[in-house]
Design a protein around this ligand. Structure first.
Ligand code: ADP
Length: 434
């Protein structure tokens, strides 16, 4: 989860950086394009004069020899054809301006046509300034917003040294990036959605963890303290030397003491398992029959028939003794508890499939409704209906069992039919090499 959050954030930052780089680059490219368009428009406006009206204006200029350009009795050194061309445009501009023949409106319309040719549709204003920076065109008060983007000036004229600049609205950039920005916006929104979903998931897990921790603490308090209290009283009574107990009484007291110790150990094991993230499996050679018998001893009830079968070849297995006994005791306890049959019966069967042990615990009890089967392994979940309302429990037994099976890398399956019975099938490796 944490990793996904970090990657999302990184991708989001990357998208933002890409968008910023894109805007900056596009801004630069647009400024260059508009600058080029302004230069082209100016060139076209002056060339028209050179093509047609040159003679009319009494304007004379030309080359005296291969390298000397002359006009108005002045000369300049020319090194290339491009040089000559620039010089021609400059002096033509000066001539037009000085003789009030420069048609700025015409220049402006050429500029706009050029803009369209370059697929720039947004508003852009062409401004002509003199040496001191005063605006010559457009006439009247120049209304250009402060956030407008300006192109680099095009120097015009030889003597006049005017500047031609264009102001563009930043909207041009946004317009060009329209689809890109819409896509980035959608991308951004989906990321925010993902982050929100992730945050609520994490908060949910934290809340769940808190509830679970509080629940475990509650059970510890409800179960552990009274059990220890009863155990102390029982041990005190059993140790009385005043002759109040017969040998038979002592034996009974010993049995009660043993059972209580078992129950305390079992509840401690389960609570420990619920608190731990990963259960440590400590394998040892276990006498399976003996362990099953111990679990039966702990849970048996005179009214319930308990059958136990251990298949050949699995009498000894490498298992975690404590967890094994606790798992069997829990399943057995449920088989007895959730049983309203006239002849309650629980069958325990332990067999071998290769290196795997298969534990089946079957009862003829009340069963579990199909739609609730998926939830029974959730912590604190209990099926609550008419048939279970008189049954006490905390809803942690199956969670514990599932954790143990998971720690083995095994599987747990349940089959159940209402009012007919339930079967739990656990498979887990019983040898290290599995
Ligand atoms: P608890 O028995 O303390 O409620 P468990 O985690 O052992 O908690 O079981 C969860 C729920 O699954 C029980 O409340 C019960 O409704 C149902 N359940 C478990 N085992 C059986 C069974 N053998 N027969 C019928 N219902 C069962």
């Amino acid at each position: 989860m944490k990793k996904i959050g970090f990657i999302s954030l990184l991708l989001l930052l990357l998208t933002l950086v890409i968008q910023i780089v894109l805007v900056v680059q596009l801004r630069k490219a647009t400024i260059e394009k508009v600058h080029k368009v302004a230069t082209l428009a100016l060139g076209e406006a002056t060339e028209r004069f050179l093509d047609g009206d040159l003679a009319k204006g009494g304007f004379t200029c030309g080359m005296s020899d291969d390298t000397t350009f002359h006009w108005k009795g002045r000369t300049a050194f020319i090194s290339s054809i491009a040089d000559f061309h620039t010089r021609m445009l400059d002096v033509t501009y000066d001539h037009l301006f000085e003789n009030q023949m420069l048609d700025c409106n015409r220049l402006d319309s050429i500029y706009r046509q050029e803009l369209l040719k370059h697929e720039i549709e947004a508003t852009s204003v062409l401004v002509l300034k003199d040496k001191e920076g005063s605006v010559l065109y457009p006439e009247g008060k120049l209304q250009i917003p402060g956030h407008a983007i300006w192109t680099e000036p095009v120097q015009v004229g030889y003597d006049c040294q005017h500047k031609l600049v264009a102001a563009l609205s930043p909207l041009i950039i946004l317009q060009q990036l329209k689809w890109n920005l819409i896509l980035a916006g959608l991308f951004f929104l989906s990321f925010v959605g993902c982050l929100y979903w992730q945050l609520s998931e994490t908060m949910g897990s934290v809340r769940k963890g808190k509830i679970q921790a509080e629940g475990v603490a509650h059970i510890e308090h409800e179960l552990g303290k009274p059990l220890n209290g009863i155990l102390m009283v029982v041990q005190d009574l059993a140790e009385r030397q005043d002759g109040a107990w017969t040998a038979g009484d002592r034996e009974q007291m010993g049995l009660v003491n043993n059972r209580l110790c078992h129950i305390r150990n079992l509840s401690e094991t389960m609570l420990y398992a619920l608190k731990q993230g990963n259960l440590p499996i400590r394998r040892e050679e276990v006498d399976v029959r003996h362990e099953l018998q111990q679990a039966i001893e702990m849970e048996k009830k005179p009214s319930v028939k308990i059958n136990c079968r251990v298949a050949e070849g699995i009498e000894k297995a490498r298992l975690d003794k404590v967890f094994f006994r606790a798992v069997v005791a829990n399943l057995l306890n449920n088989g007895i508890k959730y049983n309203k049959s006239m002849a309650p019966e629980v069958n325990i069967d332990f067999s071998r499939e290769g290196n795997w042990g298969v534990l089946k615990v079957t009862d003829n009890g009340i069963g579990i409704p199909k739609r609730k089967l998926k939830r029974i392994f959730k912590c604190f979940y209990r099926v609550s209906d008419q048939r279970t309302k008189d049954k006490t429990g905390f809803g942690i037994g199956l969670t514990f069992i599932k954790r143990v099976v998971d720690a083995y890398g095994g599987t747990i399956k349940v089959e159940s039919a209402e009012n007919q019975g339930t079967m739990f099938v656990l498979k887990f490796p019983v040898y290290n090499e599995a």
